[in-house]
Write a protein that binds this ligand. Structure first.
Ligand SMILES: NC(=O)C1=CN([C@@H]2O[C@H](COP(=O)(O)OP(=O)(O)OC[C@H]3O[C@@H](n4cnc5c(N)ncnc54)[C@H](OP(=O)(O)O)[C@@H]3O)[C@@H](O)[C@H]2O)C=CC1
Ligand SMILES: Nc1nc2c(c(=O)[nH]1)N=C([C@H](O)[C@@H](O)CO)CN2
Length: 240
């Protein structure tokens, strides 16, 4: 009897950077992948050619989130995992009303995972003990706050708390864990001074890149026991 085809891993925000690297990683292992993307970068076409199912979605509204959930339920009878990667790193800014910044941060980091986990939970269930996973991308700032990204940090703290709530709700079929990175990779616009300042904030003084996160996710997915936990990927920053 042949092996059943593996169920897909759903990655939100798979169009660039960490989400994109994760998608290619799993595709290279012949693990089916579904990604959400907001902007249609050339990388999306490449992902489709590599076999990913790419679904356009904007989580800026609850309607957009729920429409995406319905699309996923129509796409597959089950899911191996949901990786909530989609995010925006919005600072408080004089150009943007504070209420808008707070709403945007809560929308992408709280509404989207909360509504998608509820809407898609039955796709994760029924595959056996610890057979499926939810992974929330939070942030090191959950534990110490941020004076320039207050709404961002608060929304990631809510996501951190939901990790424990969903772990309690969905065990033992579904494990729910968080990854709390500090600097992983720079943005293109980061200048040399910012980069040096950011590197100096950790003990390890590097921006490790996507593989650091990919390797941790591979471990979490193989575990039959770890749930409700947050994994700091922060280069010893708390010890500085
Ligand atoms: N990079 C780092 O050093 C760190 C990353 N993290 C966390 O790791 C995760 C991945 O980081 P990184 O790759 O840098 O993230 P990015 O900010 O580069 O990309 C996030 C993705 O989310 C998508 N997204 C943003 N808003 C929406 C929305 N309203 N609806 C749908 N999709 C949306 C973006 O789409 P679009 O391309 O269209 O904008 C983008 O593809 C994030 O959760 C982040 O908070 C935490 C600490 C450090
Ligand atoms: N959605 C994003 N969140 C975060 C990013 C990012 O690029 N996109 N970057 C960081 C920083 O690297 C920070 O951890 C170090 O200065 C935080 N969150």
């Amino acid at each position: 009897m042949g092996q059943a085809k593996p169920l897909p891993i759903l990655i939100t925000g798979g169009g660039r950077r960490i989400g994109l690297a994760l998608a290619h990683h799993f595709l290279n292992l012949h693990q089916p992948v579904i990604i959400s993307y907001r902007t249609k970068y050339p990388a999306i076409e490449t992902l489709c050619e590599a076999g990913a199912t790419c679904v356009q979605a904007d989580f800026a509204t609850d309607e957009g989130i729920m429409a995406f959930a319905e699309r996923i339920k129509a796409e597959t009878p089950g899911l191996r995992a949901i990786i909530h990667n989609a995010s925006a790193w919005m600072p408080e800014s004089p150009e943007t009303p504070l209420s808008e910044t707070l709403s945007c941060m809560l929308q992408i980091h709280v509404h989207a995972p909360y509504l998608l986990n509820h809407a898609l939970q039955e796709l994760l269930r029924g595959h056996g003990h610890a057979a499926s996973d939810i992974i929330h991308f939070t942030d090191y700032v959950v534990e110490r706050g941020s004076d320039k990204h207050i709404a961002y940090a608060a929304s990631k703290a809510a996501l951190d708390n939901m990790t424990r709530s969903f772990a309690r709700k969905l065990a033992p079929e579904v494990k729910v864990n968080a990854i709390a990175p500090s600097l992983i990779m720079f943005n293109e616009h980061d200048d040399a001074d910012y980069r040096q300042q950011a590197l100096n904030k950790s003990l390890m003084k590097i921006a490790p890149g996507e593989k650091e996160v990919i390797d941790l996710i591979d471990y979490i997915l193989t575990s039959c026991y770890v749930t409700g936990r947050s994994f700091g990927v922060d280069g010893g920053r708390p010890l500085r």
